[in-house]
Ligand binder design. Structure first.
Ligand SMILES: [Mg+2]
Length: 415
């Protein structure tokens, strides 16, 4: 556990917190003095996650999930640096804190800082909701839907396992699944590699029929040349989307790939600000997949959704993470008109040693009904974190690292 408490010497140049306005809150009778952030702690939690706990001087506690998978330790260090600023501040001033945290360090952007800000932003929204006794989606304008369609992961790295895995998720009630579209792929694929990719799609469609959907994640493993070849061949199987058809490094390839087939293209798990989503939208990407724990939290995710709305594009948040990240994503989804579908990690093949439900007191908000999660009026993010489980997890910790794949000749291959 890493912890920071109020009382450190403030950095020079920091605006002092606004003076407390003394007034009686009309509904509670309490003194409406601003709360202060009094303590910030981070916890590493298997399989590859991190939680942040933000405590206030009134005892209201908010939770967030600041993490980049494989880079948890640098994100933890970034949270500690940001805590120097946040301690002693009023947690209600979320937007002002977001501006300072993202811009006040002179250097900005990137996955580590954006993820640290994201987790803290989630915790501040959790505090605001709990303080007012409202779910965050009510604070964001209220619900536009009552349930959130989600998809289940079926791996896909092993094509022979696809049929059984898809069947199991259909039997569990899911109406959509996602799988990796290929394993390691050479930059100019052999016909056999192309066939293996098509076989996954063909198998999934056979099991799912026409009433259910599947997404294919190219995972950045597919070169622009391979994507150009694969997309028209996959169109017959009508995937719901192809995700990261190429790495987001190759944005210039997107217009060509959008026009290569009628398959909606999706991307965004490795983009971190609304600014970075503009070029993909202009290129015709149909579905944005920001991760609420990487792309600036609730505050930035809803702005990315609004930007997508301008282009008629949909929001399908990335979320192979834990319960706080999923709960935060759901809060945005309940109030976002152009929301499409939610990723979630329950049963995902990456989860080794711990599961999402291990860290919650009550699993009910994450109980699926026909593949969807239902809206509740629980305050804040709507999830009660099992603090004892989180503290125990941090004792074990983790050092999850991204696998390193190589081509047959020994050269680095995208995972
Ligand atoms: Mg992906």
């Amino acid at each position: 556990m890493a912890s920071a408490r109020a009382g450190r010497t403030p950095r020079t140049g920091r605006a002092p917190p606004p003076r407390a306005a003394r007034a009686v809150h009309p509904h509670s009778g309490r003194t409406d003095r601003p709360m202060k952030i009094s303590r910030i702690e981070t916890f590493l939690a298997p399989p590859r996650w991190m939680f942040v706990r933000v405590e206030t001087d009134e005892g209201v506690v908010g939770w967030g999930e600041p993490v980049v998978e494989g880079w948890a330790e640098p994100v933890r260090a970034a949270v500690e640096v940001l805590s120097e600023y946040l301690l002693g501040q009023d947690p209600a001033r979320i937007e002002d804190h977001w501006q300072v945290m993202t811009k006040g360090g002179f250097y900005r952007g990137g996955p580590v800082l954006s993820s640290a800000v994201a987790g803290l932003d989630q915790a501040l929204w959790d505090i605001k909701g709990k303080r007012h006794g409202l779910p965050v989606h009510q604070l964001l304008g209220g619900p536009v839907r009552e349930q959130i369609r989600a998809y289940a992961w079926v791996g896909g790295d092993e094509p022979h396992a696809v049929r059984d895995a898809v069947t199991a998720q259909v039997e569990a009630g899911f109406t959509a699944v996602k799988m990796n579209g290929c394993g390691r792929m050479t930059p100019v694929a052999t016909r056999a590699e192309v066939r293996e990719c098509l076989l996954r799609a063909e198998t999934a469609r056979e099991v799912l029929g026409d009433e259910r959907d599947f997404g294919l994640d190219f995972h950045g493993r597919v070169s622009p040349a391979n994507a150009r070849r694969l997309l028209p061949l996959l169109a017959d199987y009508a995937p719901m989307f192809v995700e990261e058809p190429v790495l987001s490094d190759y944005l210039q390839a997107l217009p060509d790939l959008v026009n290569a087939s009628n398959i909606p293209l999706a991307l965004g798990e490795r983009l971190f600000t609304r600014r970075e989503f503009l070029a993909p939208l202009q290129a015709g990407v149909a579905i944005l997949q920001p991760d609420i724990s990487h792309a600036g939290g609730i505050s930035e995710l809803r702005r990315i959704a609004a930007l997508a709305e301008v282009y008629g594009a949909q929001l399908a948040p990335h979320c192979p993470l834990g319960p706080v990240a999923l709960a935060a994503s759901l809060q945005v989804a309940f109030t976002t008109p152009n929301f499409l579908i939610q990723e979630q990690s329950i049963g995902i093949h990456y989860n080794q040693g711990a599961e999402l439900l291990d860290y919650v007191v009550d699993p009910e908000p994450f109980r699926f009904h026909g593949g969807s999660l239902l809206r509740t009026d629980r305050p804040g993010l709507g999830v009660e974190v099992d603090e004892a489980a989180v503290r125990a997890a941090d004792e074990r910790g983790h050092a999850w690292r991204n696998p390193v794949w190589r081509h047959e000749d020994g050269a680095f291959a995208e995972w």
